[in-house]
Design a protein around this ligand. Structure first.
Ligand code: NAD
Length: 256
């Protein structure tokens, strides 16, 4: 379905971003990966699906590096057809103790980076009369949780950005939507499970059960593959008139 199209997924060396990149690659899209850590396993996994892949290591908190990545994408593959803004970090702390530099980093990576990629990718999508911008927000783009002020602010912000750009692009053939996962067992959540086990003095498995029990009625994690499936739907003809939604995949978290 996506043969001949190029998808750029930020923060795709692990977790949800990698899951979405692999789902888009399965549909035939060329992939541009981004993110920190060892990129080779992600590159190899995409290559194994028989599509062209490139990697750019832009730090998504740095506007000039983001611009360089977008120029690289255009130089390598012509333009970005599917932009997935996924890179994100978490920091957990009461607001009065929240380290100022952590606030700035969460807002820069989880929100401002999507402004930069979007403004740089949109002109070529408009010209092609087709494009998809998919923002990986969170249930925390729809509801709050204590001790996550920067993350919840950034995720509500990206849901707002999604709606505005969807409206601005509504007649252009470009759709803009957000995916709002509940708990997904990735390195980002593993850190929170380990911290919970340590602070409560309980085994890791008990911490995992309690984490799910507090928020996610299905008591099951959402998987990166399931989120990849939703991204593929958003890229399909059936998704052509889906504009500006914030679609939760959360085992019932925000239904409560
Ligand atoms: P993860 O830690 O597995 O992946 C995050 C990715 O972002 C990695 O590839 C990492 O290298 C990259 N990254 C981090 N800082 C970066 C930077 N400055 N520049 C470039 N890349 C950077 O986490 P994940 O759980 O897969 O999270 C992906 C997205 O999904 C995030 O936006 C997160 O907020 C969101 N999300 C996750 C969950 C969950 O339960 N895991 C739930 C809702 C939303």
């Amino acid at each position: 379905m996506l043969k001949g199209k190029t998808a750029l997924v930020t923060g795709s060396t692990s977790g949800i971003g990698l899951g979405i990149a692999l789902s888009l690659a399965q549909e035939g899209a060329r992939i541009i990966l981004n993110g920190f850590g060892d990129s080779q396993p992600a590159i190899d996994a995409v290559k194994a699906l028989g599509v062209d892949v490139r990697y750019h290591g832009a730090d998504m908190s740095k506007p000039e590096q983001i611009a360089d990545m977008m120029a690289f994408a255009a130089a390598e593959f012509g333009r970005v057809d599917v932009l997935v803004n996924n890179a994100g970090i978490q920091h957990v702390s009461p607001v009065e103790d929240f380290p100022v530099e952590r606030w700035d980093a969460v807002i820069a990576i989880n929100l401002t980076s999507a402004f930069h990629t979007t403004r740089l990718a949109l002109p070529a999508m408009r010209e092609a009369k087709w494009g998809r911008i998919i923002n990986v927000a969170s249930t925390h783009g729809l509801v709050g949780s204590a001790n996550k002020s920067a993350y919840v602010a950034a995720k509500h912000g990206i849901v707002g950005l999604t709606k505005v750009v969807a409206l601005e692009a509504a007649t252009s053939g470009v759709t803009v939507n957000a995916i709002c996962p509940g708990w997904v067992l990735t390195p980002l959540v593993e850190k929170q499970i380990v911290a919970k086990a340590q602070s409560a003095g309980i085994p890791r498995e008990q911490a995992e059960r309690e984490l799910l029990g507090e928020k996610q009625p299905s008591l099951r994690f959402t998987t990166p593959e399931q989120l990849g499936g939703l991204a593929v739907f958003m890229c399909s003809p059936a998704g052509d008139n889906v504009c500006g939604v914030a679609w939760n995949v959360d085992g019932g978290w925000v239904a409560q």
